[in-house]
Design a protein around this ligand. Structure first.
Ligand code: ME8
Length: 658
């Protein structure tokens, strides 16, 4: 029989800024689903990528003084960029599309032409509102309080010649798709789409722009570029080879697939995208699942709000698997959830260190201690199973199917809940059987003890298999510790109690999930965030002094405003400048300062500066210095940087600073 094909996608990301934990959430969830389908034995194609055109990127590149392509290259393929992040997070995508890839650009042009030729794209005048950050056009009636209904930001009036897509023509078919099939999930999203967009009447969509050029050119009408969403949505089929020769998977049964998307882009995926496909005469996706947002302090994460969480820092501090697990375990996939570092640490400690980690380490340690790492033959069965033997076997034996039911309904959080019921039951089983008491009389109780440990290994094995899509690396280690070979790791074997060979070699290894000390971890996180912030800006600051200075001592320093009357370089010195200053006393003050690297003397004459004037006099290169000019110092990209403190010229010389 032919292997079943399963095609799944994430949204392709805007490389306008570095990705944050919200993006990571979406991609990890899709990766978990892709790995789950591979575990089922399906032939999986998992696509992700980047959506690189549009005015926002053109503007950002201009700001950065580089071409748009250079700009996106850095964020996509540069150090700690999108590609690196997915590698770090163990994302198992089979393909990565960039919308600037030549084959995609060519396909989009062909798709646009097809839509035009079949009469669904026509030329008109666009009048309306445009939200630049969202790259979305809105009609007056769609605005909320005059602002973008997606992000709440200001919109701009726009009018220009443009091509339109006859979205209105597909209103009936789209309503039918939404209301009468299970194409869009969760169901609450269907109501949102119908109420907000279908009921008020679908309007034709503006699908080209002339006011900027960073996009796919409309080849039959120079000056127009294809609207970025038409370009972006097409990726799901161009990456399979639709209208290009780069790939040949579209006709070979990979389409239609499953689109996993965040809730704010459900409109594009459940209305515009199916309508485009209908117009092209192609099948619509099997499914669009709209997940919720990770919120921070109750609001959406965004770089412009400065409240983003860096997935690199979290993965480096807590481990990739722990982070993947946390994201899937904590937040119901279809709803919003509040992210916090405390919650992450609590989840690691409760579920991973206490429940799962303990089960594996206690069981493997006891197998080692009492049986020298291999249980005796025959330990898999017990003549008269006790009630808790049966309970554990039944709960774990039926886990795979309960898990599958949840995974098939895009509820990874519920699938994990089922797994943890078994893990918790297994830990209770240890307490019920008190293996350490059984071990006191090995001659009498040895066989029973071996059976208890075998049952625990079996429970751990089944949970391990089903946890594989969530934590691929840790479950490898788990299997090695409990002695589960390839045949005891399969999907089939997850429903077969007893699939672990009785005498498998058990090896207690490293602790899979060490406990995290909350206070220490929070401190380390703060330091890592600060270091990353400095590295990104290139600015390094001296740490603040923690030793206190008492107020009276501080008051002994006499800071005054001074005006530069004359300034010259000291002969034979590369660094020193000699200042003649008006300090308000009527007597000139001379100060030497080693700042020639940053200032030319002639640029400083007339400036109003700050000096400490009661330092003891000091000789430098034969000149006396009476005080010190105050500067701000830091490092920038590893280089010392210095700025003399300059104050308002209106302040008179001699004014005291206090
Ligand atoms: O929308 N929580 O790209 P994008 C959960 N290029 N998910 C979040 C999130 C958060 N805090 N923040 C963002 C785009 N996301 C388009 C897609 S597809 C043809 C084009 C999710 O980089 C967001 O919901 O802005 C979306 O699904 C994905 O990250 C990419 O967002």
């Amino acid at each position: 029989m032919d292997q079943k094909k399963f095609y799944i996608t994430t949204p392709i990301y805007y490389p306008s800024d570095k990705l944050h934990i919200g993006h990571t959430y979406c991609t990890v969830a899709t990766d978990v689903l892709a790995r789950y389908h591979r575990l089922l034995g399906e032939d999986v194609m998992f696509l992700t990528g980047t959506d690189e055109h549009g005015q926002k990127i053109e503007d950002k590149a201009k700001e950065a003084g580089v071409t748009p392509k250079e700009f996106v290259d850095r964020i996509v393929e540069g150090p700690r960029g999108v590609v690196d992040l997915w590698k770090l997070m163990n994302i198992s995508n089979d393909r990565f599309i960039r919308t600037t890839d030549g084959y995609h650009v060519q396909s989009v042009q062909r798709i646009f032409k097809k839509l035009h030729e079949n009469g669904d794209i026509y030329k008109g005048t666009y009048k309306g509102k445009y939200c630049k950050p969202c790259e979305s056009f809105w009609t007056e009636s769609q605005l909320v309080d005059g602002k973008c209904p997606d992000c709440g930001r200001e919109v701009q009036a726009a009018e220009e010649e443009a091509y339109f897509f006859r979205l209105s023509k597909y209103a009936g078919r789209i309503r039918d798709l939404l209301e009468n099939t299970d194409f869009l999930e969760p169901r609450s999203r269907v109501h949102e789409m119908v109420r907000n967009f279908i009921d008020p009447g679908l309007e034709d969509l503006c699908v080209s722009r002339t006011s900027f050029s960073w996009g796919v050119p409309v080849d039959f009408d120079p000056g127009h570029v294809v609207y970025v969403w038409v370009d972006a949505l097409s990726n799901y089929i161009t990456a399979l080879g639709y209208e290009n020769d780069r790939y040949h998977d579209y006709e070979q049964g990979w389409w239609p697939g499953v689109n996993i998307v965040g809730k704010e882009i459900v409109r594009f995926h459940s209305i515009i995208w199916p309508a485009m496909l209908m117009s092209l005469g192609e099948p619509v996706p099997k499914k669009c699942f709209g997940h919720g947002w990770l919120l921070l302090d109750g609001g959406k994460m965004s770089k412009s709000k400065g409240n983003v969480v860096d997935p690199y820092i979290l993965a480096e501090q807590f481990g990739v698997d722990a982070l993947r697990f946390f994201l899937m375990r904590t937040f119901p996939f279809g709803s919003d959830g509040n992210f916090s570092n405390e919650l992450l640490i609590q989840t690691i400690n409760t579920d991973l260190a206490n429940d799962l980690g303990n089960l594996v380490s206690r069981t493997t340690a006891m197998a080692g201690k009492y049986f020298g790492n291999a249980l005796p033959a025959g330990c898999g069965t017990w003549k008269e199973p006790l009630s808790f033997d049966k309970e554990l076997q039944e709960l774990a034996g039926g886990l795979r199917d309960r898990y599958a039911a949840e995974m098939d309904h895009f509820a990874p959080h519920k699938a994990l809940e089922e797994i943890f019921k078994v893990i918790q039951r297994a830990n209770k089983y240890i307490d019920e059987n008190t293996p350490w008491a059984l071990a006191k009389d090995m001659e009498q109780n040895g066989p029973r003890l071996a059976h208890v440990l075998y049952n625990l290994l079996e429970a751990a094995r089944i949970c391990g298999i089903l946890l594989t899509p969530f934590m691929p690396e840790s479950t490898e280690k788990l299997f090695a510790q409990i002695g589960a070979g390839e045949e005891a790791r399969t999907w089939d074997s997850a429903a077969r109690w007893g699939a672990l060979p009785e005498t498998a070699a058990v090896l207690k290894g490293e602790n899979l999930f060490p406990r995290v000390d909350m206070d220490k971890a929070m401190e380390e996180l703060e330091a890592a965030v600060e270091a990353a912030r400095q590295a990104e800006s290139g600015v390094e600051l001296e740490p603040q002094l923690t030793e206190k200075v008492d107020f009276d001592t501080f008051c002994k320093s006499d800071f005054r405003v001074v005006k530069v009357k004359a300034c010259e370089a000291v002969k034979k010195s590369e660094k020193l400048l000699k200042f003649i200053l008006d300090d308000g006393t009527g007597v000139d003050r001379q100060i030497l300062s080693g700042i020639h690297k940053w200032y030319e003397p002639e640029d400083l004459v007339g400036k109003t500066l700050v000096a400490i004037v009661n330092l003891p006099p000091r000789k430098m290169m034969g000149h006396e210095s009476n005080g010190m000019l105050i500067s701000a110092v830091h490092k920038e990209k590893g280089e010392e940087a210095l700025h003399l403190l300059m104050v308002d010229d209106a302040i008179p010389a001699g004014a005291k600073l206090c």
